[in-house]
Design a binder for this molecule. Structure first.
Ligand code: GUN
Length: 300
């Protein structure tokens, strides 16, 4: 089967919605073949962060569409770390649960690392446990964080020539910047790049992005990457989701990425839009990781 998306030479848009739908349909096919498998996902949401609420609802809805068993555990903003750890341990010991996801950020009284480390790494479908982070770095089989895994999948399915190319990552978060840099470094299709990670202490980020064949913008600043910072023909992956005030919109704001899309579109050879680029891939890859966990493909 050919999984690759055909790229129209006129069309520079990397359509994340289309690829995500394809992945979901592939998962449905697999579930039909293995009808004794019912992947189970526990979603833990602490507090009332509005963005986290939206993300967890989207994940819950996708589980329902696929017929996964899912639990959404909504916990108080005031929960203690010990109480939260007890919930995680219960899911670690629950055979119906193959994936455990703790929606970030967590309230201040809770040490994030203690929580991520409490998850059984064999159920860590978010790929945030240090065992998975470490295995990713050395190129061993592991659960890969969903957004970076989604970016890699887009590069592969659009047949982007990546081997030996200069890839510049903007941002060094544990959720996106560091894991995508590690993926792009591996000797794999859709990777094998020369990777540079730029961040808040990088003198002039444009010195690096101007030479980049592939740019991953994950800095969390609205329209940070301008057209004069990129070279002709670059492949631009925009991970940002930023709200900017706009009274001409009914909600009073619009959502933009970390890339000045309109201007960069003209110079880029391929570019992800916001919304409809990387975003839909994150949930698709979470569903894929949960299926892989239920099938014991990562840790047999
Ligand atoms: N918060 C922002 N991004 C993510 C993510 O990918 N996973 C989780 N669990 N929380 C997040």
């Amino acid at each position: 089967m050919n999984n690759n998306i055909k790229t129209n030479t006129e069309n520079k848009i990397i359509d994340g919605r289309q690829v995500a739908e394809k992945i979901i349909s592939e998962i449905k096919k697999e579930l039909k073949l293995h009808n004794n498998i019912k992947p189970g996902l526990a979603l833990i949401l602490v507090g009332n962060n509005p963005a986290s609420e939206i993300y967890v609802k989207m994940k819950e809805k996708k589980c329902a569409e696929l017929g996964y068993y899912s639990i959404v555990n909504r916990l108080s903003e005031k929960i203690t770390e010990a109480e939260l750890l007890a919930h995680i341990r219960a899911y670690n010991n629950n055979n119906k649960i193959h994936g455990i996801l703790i929606q970030l950020p967590l309230p201040k009284q809770i040490n994030e690392m203690n929580v991520l480390e409490a998850v059984d790494y064999r159920k860590d479908v978010d790929g945030f446990h240090p065992v998975n982070a470490g295995r990713l770095m050395i190129g061993e089989k592991c659960f890969t964080p969903c957004t970076p895994a989604g970016i890699h999948e887009l590069l592969k399915r659009y047949n982007v020539e990546t081997s030996g190319k200069n890839a510049v990552v903007i941002g060094r978060s544990n959720i996106v910047g560091k894991p995508i840099a590690n993926i792009l470094l591996q000797k794999l299709k859709g990777a094998n790049c020369t990777v540079t990670v730029t961040h808040s202490a990088t003198g002039r980020i444009s010195d690096f992005t101007k030479k980049a064949d592939i740019i991953i913008a994950a800095i969390g600043q609205a329209e940070f990457l301008k057209a004069n910072m990129i070279k002709e023909g670059a492949v631009i992956i925009d991970v940002g989701i930023n709200r900017v005030e706009d009274q001409t919109h009914p909600k009073g704001y619009r959502v933009v990425g970390d890339v000045d899309y309109k201007a960069c579109y003209k110079k880029a050879s391929l570019i992800t839009p916001v919304p409809g680029g990387v975003g839909p891939m994150t949930i698709a890859m979470l569903m894929k990781n949960t299926l892989d966990s239920a099938m014991k493909r990562i840790y047999p």
